[in-house]
Design a protein around this ligand. Structure first.
Ligand code: VAH
Length: 313
């Protein structure tokens, strides 16, 4: 049995669909603090789970005895700056509860998402390496950095087979992003189709590492399926994805919607968060250790996003 915690989220929704396709719907228990979203409702077993409620979480582990747990529940960068203590509590305490129950119930594998947000203003900005100075200045960022330390600690001390990926900003059409700084790169597609214009809250030249959700889900499953001996990094693996600016994304969209217009605000707090993050990432460790290879570049992602959104909008 596989347990996905945070199944209603941007990653969780797609991960539940992908894992149910591989393992069969009845073997993948979706869970979230809220009722299931339309995307996953009635598509398989669902539980209400609050990762901060140890009793509730223990009951779910005891009832289902999951062989794999994906802990995706988190508060992201932008929301985390509005609710710093709640972000720290959910992101940290939730992880420690899951790691403790993974020890108690001998869960075979645990997945926990980290982020390029673990890097900060003094990290190298281009081709940011797997190991370097990391001084994240968002609560979300340092909760993910601390979480990486906890994951490596539980692997070293208790042998928990926990695996993690430092996701770039994720772009997909099946589920909305959850209050991050990279959300512009999803909203822009919806606006391009609905109104033909988009006002970006990040400046024209703000380059960030991004990734199409198809690649992100495939990377997650590929990491989790790799033999344990190949996983040399138990904090979290860099993944590079595709780096682009809002201007470059708009130019790509214009190839499909020539009349599309982008404009820019310059007063959004998310700009400072974006400025603290790398512009591009070096993911040679993921390539070497478990054969990672990106499939969607900017043109291919843009075409696929628009084709699918046209259909569902
Ligand atoms: C955020 N989407 O914006 C997340 C992600 C790298 C960005 O961590 O907070």
């Amino acid at each position: 049995k596989i347990l996905v915690i945070g199944a209603n989220g941007q990653i969780g929704t797609e991960l539940v669909m992908a894992l149910r396709g591989i393992h069969g719907a009845e073997n993948v228990i979706a869970s979230d603090i809220n009722d299931p979203t339309y995307a996953i409702r009635n598509s398989g077993p669902f539980e209400i789970v609050n990762v901060l409620d140890k009793h509730n979480l223990h009951h779910i582990f005891d009832k289902h005895r999951p062989t794999q747990v994906y802990l995706l529940a988190a508060i992201l960068s932008a929301v985390g700056e509005k609710k710093p203590k709640m972000a720290w509590d959910l992101n940290m305490t939730g992880l420690i509860h899951v790691l403790d129950f993974a020890v108690e119930f001998k869960t075979a594998k645990v997945f926990w998402p980290s982020s390029i947000a673990v890097f900060g203003p003094h990290s190298p900005q281009y081709n940011t390496p797997q190991y370097c100075v990391m001084d994240p200045n968002t609560v979300y960022g340092f909760s993910k950095l601390a979480g990486e330390r906890w994951c490596e600690y539980y692997f070293e001390k208790y042998g928990v087979d926990v695996r993690s990926i430092r996701y770039p900003g994720l772009i997909g059409w099946k589920a909305s992003p959850g209050g991050g700084t990279t959300d512009y790169a999803v909203h822009i597609f919806h606006e391009a189709l609905k109104t033909g214009k988009y006002e970006s809250f990040l400046s024209a030249d703000t380059a960030l590492p991004m990734m199409y959700m198809e690649d992100a889900i495939r990377a997650t499953i590929s990491l989790m399926d790799a033999p344990a001996g190949q996983i040399k990094i138990r904090s979290s693996y860099n993944l590079a994805g595709i780096s682009f600016t809002p201007t470059q994304l708009a130019q790509e969209i214009k190839k499909h919607i020539p009349a599309f217009e982008i404009s820019y605000t310059d007063t959004d707090p998310r700009q400072a968060i974006a400025d603290s993050w790398p512009k591009s990432i070096d993911d040679s460790s993921a390539q070497q250790d478990w054969g990672w290879k990106l499939e969607y570049d900017l043109p291919k992602m843009t075409a696929d996003m628009l084709d699918n959104l046209k259909r569902v909008l």
